[in-house]
Write a protein that binds this ligand. Structure first.
Ligand code: FAD
Length: 376
């Protein structure tokens, strides 16, 4: 999970997987491949493609025509496009380089990989491709920006970056219940993405946690695969719209459990049950269950930009024309502005659009030469 509070040191030879150790041990029989994050800072990282990030030796500002913040599918696709347009982009990749897909495995819906591909491997291929065309990476979290004048200025742990244009691709983080057992079994039955992982739960009995429209949408969607879906909500009433509540209650494959809290996810190698608590009287019961989808919301990673750019009521950045923000020269891509699709392919598409928009804007401003509009 993204940890904004523990960035890599500036001069550390950062790994594309950040500080995580990735355990592929459960193999292909696990629901979505059995990937789990087993610890921070362990010495043996999974060997990954892509080179190290650039160390800043003298603390001088790093200057570029295209400064990209974030290194998920959106940021890395923007980097590939900008690099191939000879714009020599710089990516401030975050302390969790690679983004959300570093925390999952067995991606089966990204085109080009008919056998599926592990999330970290896919992201390292993105990164290696961006590096191949000359992108420089700094695995740091941006903590301050000044978008008041051009060139734009951005700081990460005291290091200054100066960009003639900026592409914001800092994504969003799924919210979790933060139970130890939930984190341990993430990727082993526990997921935060029904569109991504529902397919793995064919004919299984599963649960969805949440009380809003997203939880109800996910519960209904998951009935395409699961034999039964239990919707668990800690309160009596739901935040969801009436139409979604009605649709959920009308679905014969969904059983709704108000006043129900997940106390523990059960299972060793894989999830096999839930310990549930009644929110009214505290009584507990254990039920067999093969999957758990957490649908309690996402938090867009927009804190550092909120003083400068428009956000919607949920805190997502708002693009104005195509990928352009309200500040000329600042572009937006991926889940940081998208709470509708939230997919790697749509984020990557946004990254390509933002890079093309940035290049055209730089050209119009006379900062970049007429380049590659037909050579993408
Ligand atoms: C469990 C799970 C499984 C999923 N499975 C699939 C799947 O099978 N298929 C699919 O298509 N999609 C899947 N998704 C969704 C997919 O991961 C996202 O839609 C996609 O990663 C969004 O890409 P992004 O580049 O916009 O943002 P992200 O991937 O969120 O990347 C954001 C990047 O910005 C960085 N960042 C954040 N804040 C800062 C900062 N202040 N400074 C610098 N950098 C910063 C982060 O470190 C990260 O590198 C899954 C998501 C989850 C949570």
């Amino acid at each position: 999970m993204t940890d904004q509070n523990h960035p890599e040191p500036v001069d550390a030879p950062a790994r594309p997987s950040g500080d995580r150790t990735i355990d592929f041990g459960a193999g292909g029989s696990a629901p979505f491949g059995g990937l789990s994050i087993v610890g921070d800072g362990a010495p043996e990282a999974t060997p990954l493609a892509g080179g190290p990030s650039v160390a800043v030796a003298d603390g001088a500002p790093v200057e570029t025509k295209v400064l990209i913040i974030g290194s998920g599918p959106a940021g890395l696709t923007a980097a590939i496009y900008a690099a191939r347009a000879n714009l020599e982009p710089v990516v401030v990749a975050g302390s969790a380089p690679g983004g959300q897909l570093m925390l999952t495995s067995e991606i089966e819906n990204f085109p080009g990989f008919p056998e599926g591909i592990d999330g970290p491997e896919l992201m390292n291929r993105f990164r290696a491709q961006a590096e191949r065309f000359g992108t420089r990476f700094y695995d740091l979290d941006v903590d301050r920006v000044d978008l008041s004048t051009r060139p734009f200025r951005v700081w990460a742990r005291g290091q200054e970056f100066v960009g003639q244009s900026v592409i914001l691709a800092t994504g969003a983080s799924a919210l979790w219940l933060n139970l130890e057992s939930e984190q341990r079994l993430r990727g082993r039955g526990v997921s935060a993405c029904a569109t991504c992982d529902g397919f793995f739960f064919r004919d299984k009995e599963i649960a969805v946690v949440g009380g809003g429209d997203s939880a109800m949408e996910e519960a209904n969607y998951l009935t395409r695969f699961a034999s039964k879906v239990h919707l668990l909500h800690r309160r009596d009433g739901f935040r969801a719209s009436k139409i979604m509540i009605d649709r959920t209650y009308a679905n014969p494959k969904i059983e709704v459990h108000p006043n129900t809290v997940v106390a523990e996810v059960l299972g060793d190698a894989f999830m096999d049950g839930l310990r549930l608590r009644d929110a009214r009287d505290g009584s507990e019961r254990t039920v067999p269950m093969e999957g758990l989808f957490i649908a309690i919301g996402h938090r867009p990673n927009t804190e550092v930009f909120r003083d400068w750019l428009e956000t919607d009521e949920q805190g997502y950045l708002t693009a104005h024309e195509h990928t352009a923000s309200r500040i000329a020269g600042v572009f937006i891509a991926g889940d940081v502005a998208d709470h509708r699709y939230r997919q790697a392919i749509t984020a990557a598409g946004d990254g390509a659009r933002a890079a093309i928009d940035a290049e055209r804007w730089l050209e119009a401003e006379g900062i970049a030469e007429h380049a590659t509009q037909t050579a993408w």
